[in-house]
Design a protein around this ligand. Structure first.
Ligand SMILES: Nc1ncnc2c1ncn2[C@@H]1O[C@H](COP(=O)(O)OP(=O)(O)O)[C@@H](O)[C@H]1O
Ligand SMILES: [Mg+2]
Length: 282
């Protein structure tokens, strides 16, 4: 088992608007605040994860799309460095490259192979994925060993089963070790719908459902508008607490970082991103 060599987690659900990007960004930041080095990869042509850190899409010279397209491009060229949180960004150009991927040999394996060179630098690599099945989702499922599946209150079991069927297919083909790390309830509010959703999820997936629930919160919605994580925007909000708790649970499930639980660290969380805002590569 390769758990000690930077596990790769993809945040995945083919439904849009369920909190994938919010989870990728804030889980990554919470893990950094729990003393890990993280690489976050934006694999959605909408570039919401990239923008969520205040990076201007127009300023990006080399993105994940170039890594996939150009066999010889070194992965470091596409890594934008922050303070223990590095990003491989995405821009709308990725949509064009996704269409080209259909005709490229082993295009779904390219990202995974490119990451080989940097895996030992990071404690965990996190991938944000697009809201559609297609070559990019395929690349994510071939690169990750673990999936976090965010689920909102209006989740459809049929949709989840479709995703699980896809995962099964990948496991039988190119990525034997792929596993669900957990189903994550997002946008939880005190309504009966949220309650029923949880019961429904538990009935179907039992202990695979994370205990942490991400509550619906205006602060979580606002943060990306300011190009900030929740830990910078509202470090004492419910959203920060929830993503902190998720990070702890994720580390627990991965079997790493057992001594990292210091709830007080939320208060002392330094804005650790001297991030890449200018994204100025030579
Ligand atoms: N827990 C939450 N509470 C309130 N708004 C949220 C929450 N999680 C996400 N959002 C907002 O919902 C929208 C969709 O979330 P996003 O993370 O972009 O989903 P996805 O990446 O799955 O499309 C965004 O505007 C985001 O800010
Ligand atoms: Mg998204």
């Amino acid at each position: 088992m390769e758990l000690r060599t930077s596990p790769i987690i993809a945040v995945c659900n083919q439904k849009g608007g369920v909190g994938k990007t919010t989870t990728a960004i804030n889980l990554a930041q919470a893990l950094v605040l729990q003393d890990l080095n993280i690489l976050l990869i934006d694999l959605d042509p909408q570039g919401n994860t990239t923008c969520g850190f205040g990076i201007k899409l127009e300023s990006i010279q080399t993105s994940v799309a170039d890594l996939i397209r150009d066999r010889d491009l070194l992965v470091d060229k596409a890594i934008y460095k922050g303070d223990r949180l590095d990003i491989i960004p995405a821009t709308p150009y990725l949509a064009r490259v996704e269409r080209e991927m259909v005709g490229m040999t082993n295009s779904e394996l390219r990202l995974m192979r490119k990451l080989d060179g940097v895996r030992e630098r990071y404690s965990i690599i996190i991938i944000d994925t697009p809201p559609t099945f297609g070559p990019l989702m395929n690349a994510a499922l071939n690169t990750a060993q673990h999936l976090i599946v965010p689920v909102d209150s209006f989740f459809s079991l049929i949709g989840i089963k479709e995703l699980l069927a896809e995962v099964e297919e990948i496991k039988q083909g190119t990525n034997l070790g792929l596993k669900i790390l957990g189903f994550l309830m997002t946008m939880v509010d005190p309504t009966n719908i949220s309650h029923e959703t949880r019961n429904n999820l538990l009935a179907n997936f039992g202990s695979q459902v994370f205990e942490t629930r991400i509550r619906r919160s205006v602060k979580l919605r606002e943060a990306p508008v300011f190009g900030k994580t929740i830990f910078h925007h509202a470090p004492e909000s419910a959203g920060a607490q929830d993503y902190w708790s998720l990070a702890t649970e994720v580390l627990d499930r991965l079997g790493i970082g057992e001594d990292a639980t210091k709830p007080s660290a939320i208060q002392t969380a330094r804005p650790s991103l001297t991030l890449v805002q200018e994204a100025c590569h030579e």
